[in-house]
Structures are given as C-alpha cells and as structure tokens.
Design a binder for this molecule. Structure first.
Ligand code: ACO
Length: 316
C-alpha cells in the first residue's frame, strides 16, 4: 500500500489556555506543563464535514487521483453532526465521488484501524481509497469539567492510499474497558424505554489512559520493529497520536530516540482524536520533512481501549 497524498484542515477559531481561564478554574501553567497544549482549534460556525472535504480535496490533489477514480471512502469519526448517514457518505458527495463509503470507529486509534481496513480492501481489488479522519471531540466533553475539556481540539486529516509498494505491518489491540474512558449517546425519549439514564459527558480516568498509552505505544512499535528485523535507527519518524506531549516524551524516552524523530503538534492543536496523527503526517509531508523511502512508525491509542501501530515506507 502506498500513501499517495495527504491533506488536513483545522477550524479557523483558535482558543488559548488563557481564554479557558475566563470560565474554568485552570491555568496556562497547569495545562501546558501537564499536557504541552497551548492552543487548540475549535469548530465555531464552520461544519466538520467541510473541514473533512477540504482535507480530502488536498489529499486527492496531491495524489493525482480524481474523485471518480476512488473505489472506496473510509472515514474515521467518533462524533459528528450525523448519527446517519455516515460522514464518509457526506464527504463522498462534497468531493464529487461516486464510490461506496462508510465510517469506522476505532476511537482515537481510528487512523491506524482505517489503514488496516484499507489494506484489506486493496488486497480485495480496490485500487484507490480515500481515508478521512474527521473529529470534533470538543462537542463530546463537558465544558465545566476542567479535567477533560482543556485537552481537546477539532480537525480533519485525509490520505489517499493506493495499491502497490510494500505491505504495511500492523499491531492492533483492543481491550473492553469502559470504566477507563467512555462517551455515551444522548438519552432517547422512546416511551417504551422509560428509565433512560441522564445525559453523561465523556468520562476519562486520565492516569489509566496515560499508563495504557505509554505502555501500548512502546510495546506496539517495538513489536513491529522486531517482527520486521528492524531497530529504532531504521525509522525516520515516529508519528504518534497527539493527545499529550508527556505521553509522546515518555514513549520517546523508552525508545531512546532524539526529539526530532518524534515530531509533535499537540501544542497547537490539542487532541483531535483519530485525526491527530494524520494531521501531523500531513504537516510533515507538506513541510518536506519526510524523505522518500524512509520508514515511518505510526502509533495511536484511544477509547475501547484501542491501540494500533503501523510501519510504512514513505513514497512521496
Ligand atoms: N486545571 C487545573 N487543575 C486541574 C485541571 C485543570 N485543567 N484538571 C485537573 N486538575 C487538578 C485535579 O483536580 C487534581 O487536583 P487535586 O490534586 O486537588 O485533586 C490535580 O489537578 C491532578 O489531577 P490529575 O488528574 O491527577 O492530573 P494528571 O497529572 O494525571 O494529569 C491528564 C491529567 C493531563 C489528563 C493526564 O492524566 C493525561 O494526560 N492522561 C492521558 C489522557 C489522554 O491522553 N486522553 C486522551 C486519550 S483518549 C482520546 O483521545 C479520547
């Protein structure tokens, strides 16, 4: 599988840590030292689907693949404006494609799960697949809960993947642990289900997520390297889910690598869920930071709990 093009789009509205102190008992110092986050982009008047389509158009343009040549659209989206149809179907219409389209939900690890799924579809005969990760976690959290709302931002990333090149290697993990991280749908007013729970915002045990993130990211990437007869020195960049700078730093320390091999953008974007690693990959791609032929290790974790790592060779 070859990544033939990438794209990303962030909302125009930027919110600083200091702005959050206007209504929350928090501080720039607490947020930036615990998470690295200084600003995040938050959807205001814009619509997530338009960000998703903008990211998709950039990826298509770079790949040279036209919308008509797409065989499938896979969208990773935990939360958006629609229960149905899928965000993938909305994006299909916006970019002018006619292929089948569906969403998947691998939570914040969704980009890796989408790559894994895309590789299987490419082996089944598809030639060009558009992956879109479009997320608005800022609409999932309780903005009176300082423990969660300060962590997130909105955004979309996209990649066009094509048949050919080396197969990607994957290590995927899922552990059913809703006691650690869970977000519920709003209650319904169905009269035959009278005892509906009250609306509940996203719940997260931050320290448990932290431990899971550091251990699974390190374990997953080390296993990928071992299975491929490689060491960290063979990897050009480690592109991780951007949830927290301290998580990236802890994984980097365990892998004993220099800072420049573990790029970050969480300082500017906050945690954009499954879009985060793809947005970062696109930023690196467009900055010319990725060398043709270099190996890239991807890693992400999220609710489920889910985790995924992938090893690819950059071909652009
Ligand atoms: N501002 C100020 N104080 C705060 C804030 C805040 N925004 N949030 C919590 N605190 C307080 C707490 O109330 C607590 O106070 P207390 O000691 O008086 O009780 C104190 O700070 C310490 O709280 P902890 O939760 O122990 O802080 P911790 O050091 O664990 O950091 C954090 C919390 C940043 C959430 C960390 O656990 C973390 O990053 N975990 C990983 C979370 C993550 O990555 N989530 C996303 C993955 S899943 C997904 O992407 C959907």
């Amino acid at each position: 599988m070859i990544i033939a093009g990438t794209g990303s789009a962030l909302p125009t509205q930027v919110v600083t840590n200091d702005q959050l102190t206007e209504f929350l008992d928090t501080s720039d110092e607490w947020i930036s030292t615990r998470t690295g986050i200084r600003t995040r982009h938050i959807l205001g008047e814009e619509k997530l689907e338009n960000l998703a389509a903008a990211a998709a158009r950039s990826a298509l343009e770079q790949s040279g693949v036209s919308p008509e040549e797409l065989d499938f659209i896979l969208c990773s989206s935990v939360y958006n404006d629609y229960m149905a149809p899928s965000m993938a179907c909305i994006v299909q219409g916006l970019v002018g494609a006619t292929c089948p389209a569906m969403d998947l939900n691998g939570a914040c690890a969704g980009f890796i799960y989408a790559l894994y799924t895309a590789q299987a579809y490419l082996k089944a005969g598809c030639r060009n697949i558009l992956i879109v990760c479009a997320e608005t976690p800022t609409k999932m959290v309780d903005w009176t809960n300082r423990a969660t709302c300060v962590l997130f931002g909105d955004g979309a990333g996209a990649a066009v993947v094509r048949a050919g090149g080396e197969d990607l290697s994957f290590v995927l993990e899922s552990q059913s642990r809703t006691e650690v991280l869970v977000g519920y749908n709003p209650p319904s007013n169905c009269p035959y289900t009278p005892h509906q729970p009250a609306a509940q915002p996203l719940f997260m045990n931050g320290q448990e997520v932290y431990k899971f993130a550091v251990s699974t990211a390190t374990r997953g990437m080390q296993r990928l390297l071992a299975e491929n007869g490689l060491t960290c020195d063979d990897i050009g960049h480690f592109v991780l889910h951007q949830a927290n700078l301290r998580i990236v730093e802890a994984v980097r320390a365990r892998m004993k690598q220099d800072k420049d091999k573990f790029p970050t953008n969480v300082e500017r974007t906050g945690n954009t869920s499954s879009a985060s690693a793809l947005i970062l990959l696109d930023e690196l791609n467009r900055a010319g930071a990725l060398q043709k032929g270099e190996r890239i290790a991807l890693s992400a974790f999220g609710a489920g709990l889910t985790a995924g790592a992938a090893l690819l060779r950059w071909q652009l």
